[in-house]
Design a protein around this ligand. Structure first.
Ligand SMILES: Nc1nc2c(c(=O)[nH]1)N[C@H]1C(S)=C(S)[C@@H](COP(=O)(O)O)O[C@H]1N2
Ligand SMILES: [Mo]
Length: 363
């Protein structure tokens, strides 16, 4: 069901309150996702419309030596601006395709997008607050709040080492314009490589913590079983004996053309196209199969917008006989990790990176 939020194009409505809207497949034919088609995900239903002049960002916490506050102008003027292209992907992207079914928002493949983010380095802002040696995590709180008191506020943290990486940003622009309201105006956290749960929108408070953050959205939410995924980044301060927080995205790809069920003429050139991405190692290759997975051939990779961005791929061939034809694509990253053929089941429905199989009709 397509429906437009104010300022957005019609998107696939998953829930209205809180707003959860998915990007239709056609927008992934472009390597950069337009702002007005970018997916929207919220856990809380009370989302204030923030005016730039009223907004303040507080930086503090028990392990910050000198807490302070910033206006939007100060954030933009007093720190060096940086730009990078990065995928923002919900941990639960493709959850709706889990078999057996798991509970949660029933996302198809469009709970993600790729944008050029402009902002300042989180570490530069933290440096001004003077991070003490005992700091373990940096916590983020946005301006949105729960509607009922039983719902916990959405507060997320990342390890101090990740906060200090030069790619971790406080972003105020997306694809050359101020962030859209639904994507975190006036500023959001950008954690390239890591799933979007850490990319807190409408950021109003950053806390330097001397002990691990507790709270529903850290545990039990956003956890994966230990040892089941080829996840490399560790969030050690949050690990338990059996599970750990989700961290970086696993390598994945999405076929954008042809579409399932499409009828294609025998003898006409068929172009298989799609995008591939991972948690920041960069895409090494994408192989395509046009015989249901028996044989695999290298596709051609498109422009490289950096190791955190969507990498387009394409593969051309001319189908020689009529009938059903299964197209598949499998991405491998520069760390040697590749997509799975079998779903790695987990109770929250995260990290779905099963190789797709699209059947078209050659006529
Ligand atoms: N303030 C706030 N930030 C948030 C969330 C939220 O509920 N509130 N959800 C997170 C999750 S789980 C995702 S997937 C991304 C979605 O980003 P988008 O809405 O810009 O696409 O925002 C993250 N940041
Ligand atoms: Mo998410």
């Amino acid at each position: 069901m397509l429906e437009a939020l104010p300022g957005k194009l019609p998107l696939i409505k998953r829930t209205y309150r809180p707003p959860n809207y998915e990007t239709p497949l056609s927008y992934f034919r472009e390597a950069v996702t337009p702002n007005n088609a970018f997916f929207v995900r919220y856990h809380l239903a009370s989302i204030p419309e923030i005016k730039a002049a009223d907004w303040r960002l507080r930086i503090g916490g028990e392990a910050a030596a000198s807490p302070f506050e910033l206006t939007l102008d100060q954030l933009k003027m007093e720190f060096e601006a940086v730009e990078l292209v990065s995928v923002c992907q919900c941990s639960g992207n493709r959850r709706g395709m889990f078999q057996p079914h798991v509970s949660g928002v029933e996302w198809g493949p469009g709970a993600m997008g790729n944008a050029k983010w402009r902002g300042v380095r989180l570490r530069d802002v933290l440096a001004r607050a003077g991070i003490r040696k005992e700091s373990v995590e940096i916590a983020f709180d946005g301006a949105d709040v729960p509607v009922v008191a039983q719902t916990p506020d959405f507060i997320k943290s990342i390890p101090a080492w990740k906060a200090m990486e030069e790619s971790t940003l406080i972003a105020f622009e997306m694809n050359g314009t101020p962030l859209p309201h639904w994507n975190g105006y006036p500023a959001r956290i950008v954690v390239p490589g890591w799933t979007a749960t850490y990319w807190v929108k409408h950021i109003v408070s950053i806390s330097v913590l001397a002990k691990p953050l507790s709270g529903f959205w850290m545990n039990p939410a956003y956890r994966i079983p230990k040892g089941k995924f080829p996840q490399v980044d560790r969030f050690v301060s949050q690990e338990t004996d059996s599970n750990m927080p989700i961290t970086e995205m696993v390598v994945n790809s999405l076929l954008t053309s042809p579409l399932p069920g499409e009828r294609i003429r025998r003898g006409a050139l068929l172009e298989v196209k799609g995008i591939a991405w991972d948690g920041g190692y960069g895409i090494h290759r994408v192989e395509v199969s046009i015989d249901g997975g028996r044989n695999w051939q290298a596709s051609e990779l498109g422009p490289d917008h950096g190791r955190y961005a969507f990498r387009p791929f394409s593969f051309r061939f001319t189908p020689g006989k009529t009938g059903a034809l299964a197209v598949m694509a499998r991405a491998t990253n520069r760390a040697g990790a590749t997509q799975t053929f079998e779903l790695i089941h987990n109770p929250a429905g995260y990290h779905h990176n099963v190789v797709q199989r699209i059947v078209v009709e050659i006529v």
